[in-house]
Design a protein around this ligand. Sequence first.
Ligand SMILES: NC(=O)c1ccc[n+]([C@@H]2O[C@H](COP(=O)([O-])OP(=O)(O)OC[C@H]3O[C@@H](n4cnc5c(N)ncnc54)[C@H](O)[C@@H]3O)[C@@H](O)[C@H]2O)c1
Length: 245
Amino acid sequence: MNYAIYPSLKGRRVVVTGGGSGIGAGVVEAFVQQQAQVDFLDIDGDASRALVDRLGDGARYHPCDLTDLSRLSQTLSSIGDVDVLVNNAANDDRHTLAEITPDYWEQGTAVNLRHLLFATQAVAPGMKARGGGAVINFGSISWHLGLENLVTYETAKAGIEGMTRALARELGGDNIRVTCVVPGNVETPRQKQWYTPEEEQRILDSQALKQRLQPEHLARLVLFLAADDGALCTGHNYWMDAGWR
Ligand SMILES: NC(=O)c1ccc[n+]([C@@H]2O[C@H](COP(=O)([O-])OP(=O)(O)OC[C@H]3O[C@@H](n4cnc5c(N)ncnc54)[C@H](O)[C@@H]3O)[C@@H](O)[C@H]2O)c1
């Protein structure tokens, strides 16, 4: 692929949550290729350190459980003011309605919804001081399709779209843009473990385009939304699902 270089991203300060693996790692790598300064937060130390080893100086890893809000706050304040926040981390463990306890519900919303709000709250003053910024949230096609055994995750993902609209309005006066990327089915190491060859074929049959989405495809959309090229994009969802129906 002959991908774009965005001059406006060179030297920009970027934070990515859940940047150690999957789509987040693709986003970290894409920003490093643009010569941005990338800090990423994750709980998976092995994957995160392997990514830093591969990418070199452009990316810094911060061990942080995003469900621990005081740790999140300390980590973001140690990073300092940033231009871009990518709220990517989530956990789509399967569960039936009957299995959900109050604790499971709290944990599910903590890992899939709550940290996006508090990370945005933490970085917004610094973005304002730098003249503006971009917050890019990760939603999901799952709740639009009404997939089974994911009600906690899907409720959180639906909430992220509402949060995106509300925060875009609240922060727009400070030139902070808030958008939501809605991926289709992306072939990450974690997703691969669940799919048989028949299910892989079902995914391709559901897509208009007969090619599996990779983390790098989503990363290209994130770059556009973070760059000056996306300067008037805010408050909306940006889908990349290879034309799912
Ligand atoms: N892969 C897909 O098909 C797909 C589809 C729709 C939406 N999405 C969304 O895209 C985003 C990335 O998905 P992915 O498939 O790359 O996920 P993934 O599970 O492969 O990676 C998530 C990353 O977040 C980290 N993480 C999880 N819980 C954490 C916590 N408590 N604290 C810190 N880090 C934590 C993990 O260690 C991992 O590195 C998510 O928001 C997901 O909901 C993915």
